[in-house]
Design a protein around this ligand. Structure first.
Ligand code: DMJ
Length: 587
């Protein structure tokens, strides 16, 4: 296995930035555009005088008068509005308040970490202790992953601190065997998104490319399917110690967006080639009805195991089929075809309408010939959002001509599954969905959804609010924001650590009140759950997260879409068999 570390032509990144694809996203306000205000210290100091009391009284009267005028003005201007505009104004005000409430929860979580463990990869908010994964300091597990949330929330002080830490303290060259997938989606994705949201600050890109080069060794397997882990110092891939060394399908197929974007930014095709080789091998397996098994062997490139489903180990496969198609501006049709085929297969084999009226996506534990289990992981609740995204390619319904039959059908299924995912949360005492929900298939049962040991914890995962966010952006229907608010209130009530402790933590049991917490700050709570909640209530800064212009990676890091380029052709087709797909690797 060789460790190739390509040289980046220094100007290439800037050249890529100048490409036409990036023109649309250059509308960020810059510091230079801000008006210059006089500093408070430059104002003349108030002189103390014996008339101070009278002056204060006069000032008070003046202030009260001004307040009355403002009140009168806003009442008059409100009453001159039509009822619908008045309502829109009130809704906007409420949403601002909600958005700020989400931001407060983020700050409350972040403050404890900032004071007691800044830069560490693992933080325990109850014990106030922290630790790193690597031997030479933090790998950015929290700082890098949470950075773009802070950027979107306008937390400038925290962003500056994070940037300084990344540039000064983040050492990626560590003798540490990291999860290939988690490091790609969290750290590489986080750095790339920070680069995008900072209006292309190349310092983030340099770190991202350094990391991408280290991760590439994981893809140097005989098939091109990545090993589960990779040593960040040697760039040597390490097979999973479980499942006879098989990687999970979700992980193998859930890193392509990040690698392809690195190719786009650097002009180096090797990241692109590694990414699409994985897709070629997956497709060469010809999964029946578009549904792969959830394990894949990096040596042979063949599927392993017997489970088929959209939850753990399967999820990102489906997500990245559609998102790869969207990332390159809908030009690589092969990914759309694979996605459509998978959705058809999901309808045929996994979707079930229960006597309770709920629609679920079940799991096949023993392949196509076995029974379907009527359970849904919290993880599977990304799917309603994905269906809605696929129905319109990220456009809002108001900008779309009439939907085709299949688009309408996908949106209808998205709505039904969204109802189910929301019901998973509403069915518990805390209003937070457990890791796994079990659905009753008995028409006479009193309870439609059951929560069972040991799956009754809430890790404060994002998938339900992620789908609510996408449904809101696509449909513009307030019901999705209302549901998100209800879930947010449940988080604020039950995930908050009781005083004198501060911060938020996952729950051991969603049906236990008062809640008992795990002592850990979960990175995806900051990078995904709170980001999606913030964005759903944020009507003012939607341009940088416009679903028709960006793709969110599977860790909620937004990356801009871009056009294809001769350097990045889709270098495979579905007619290739596996042997041919493998030959490609050896070239
Ligand atoms: C995140 O780390 C990613 O979304 C991943 O793809 C699976 N889900 C977790 C959070 O639940």
């Amino acid at each position: 296995m060789s460790f190739r570390r390509p040289q980046i032509v220094p100007d290439l990144a800037s050249a890529a930035r100048g490409a036409e694809d990036f023109v649309w996203s250059r509308a960020h306000p810059t510091a230079a555009a801000q008006p210059v205000l006089p500093l408070y210290k430059d104002k003349p100091l108030p002189t103390s005088s014996r008339h101070g009391g009278r002056r204060r009284l006069l000032l008070g009267v003046l202030l009260a008068g001004m307040l009355m005028l403002v009140y009168q003005y806003s009442r008059d201007s409100l009453s001159s509005l039509s009822p619908s505009s008045r309502r829109a104004r009130m809704v906007a005000q409420i949403m601002r308040t909600r958005r700020d409430a989400v931001k407060t929860v983020f700050i409350d979580s972040w403050d404890g970490y900032e004071q007691n463990g800044y830069g560490a990869d693992v933080y325990r908010p109850i014990a106030k202790t922290s630790r790193n994964l690597g031997p030479q300091g933090g790998l950015g597990w929290l700082v890098v992953d949470a950075l773009d949330t802070m950027m979107l929330m306008g937390l400038d002080k925290q962003v500056e601190h994070a940037r300084q830490w990344i540039m000064t303290n983040l050492t990626l060259d560590q003798d540490y065997t990291a999860s290939t997938f988690e490091t790609t989606i969290r750290i590489l994705g986080g750095l790339l998104s920070a680069h995008y949201l900072s209006d292309y600050d190349d310092a983030y890109l340099e770190k991202a490319v350094d990391l991408a080069n280290r991760l590439l060794g994981a893809f140097d397997s005989p098939s091109g399917v990545p090993y589960a882990s990779v040593n960040l110092h040697t760039s040597v891939g390490v097979a999973s110690p479980e499942n006879s060394g098989a990687s999970t399908t979700a992980e193998a197929a859930g890193m392509e967006i990040e690698l392809k974007y690195v190719s786009k930014l650097t002009g180096e095709a090797l990241y692109w080639d590694k990414a699409q080789q994985v897709m070629a091998v997956l497709a060469a397996n010809r999964p029946r009805d578009g549904l792969p098994y959830t394990l894949i062997d990096p040596i042979s490139g063949a599927f392993q195991g017997s489970t088929i489903g959209l939850g753990a180990r399967g999820d990102s496969y489906y997500e990245y089929l559609l998102k790869q198609f969207l990332q390159t501006k809908e030009e690589e049709k092969v990914y759309r075809d694979l996605y459509d085929e998978a959705v058809t297969g999901i309808r045929q084999h996994l979707v079930e309408v229960l006597p309770s009226g709920l629609t679920i996506v079940g799991v096949l534990d023993q392949g196509f010939s076995g029974p379907r289990s009527s359970r849904m992981d919290h993880l599977a609740c990304f799917f309603p959002g994905l269906l809605a995204l696929g129905a319109t390619n990220g456009n809002s319904l108001s900008d779309m001509p009439a939907l085709s039959e299949s688009q309408s059908a996908d949106l209808a299924l998205a709505r039904s599954l969204m109802d189910t995912c929301y019901a998973m949360a509403r069915s518990t005492k805390t209003g937070l969905a457990p890791e796994v929900s079990h659905f009753n298939t008995d028409a006479n049962a009193d309870i439609a959804i059951e929560t069972r040991r040991p799956d009754f914890e809430s890790m404060l995962r994002p998938e339900i609010v992620e789908s609510l966010f996408v449904m809101w952006r696509i449909t513009g229907e307030e019901q999705f924001r209302e549901r998100a608010w209800t879930i947010f209130e449940a988080i604020r009530t039950y995930a908050r650590l009781p005083a004198p402790r501060t911060g938020y933590a996952p729950l051991m049991n969603v049906n236990q009140i008062p809640a008992v917490h795990y002592d850990v700050l979960v990175p995806y709570f900051l990078s995904e759950t709170l980001k999606y909640l913030y964005l759903i209530f944020d009507d003012e800064n939607t341009d940088r997260t416009d679903l028709s212009q960006v793709v969110f990676n599977t860790q909620a890091h937004p990356l801009p879409r871009f056009s294809m380029h001769p350097l990045f052709e889709t270098g495979w087709s579905r007619n290739e068999d596996q042997a041919e797909a493998k030959k490609e690797v050896k070239k």
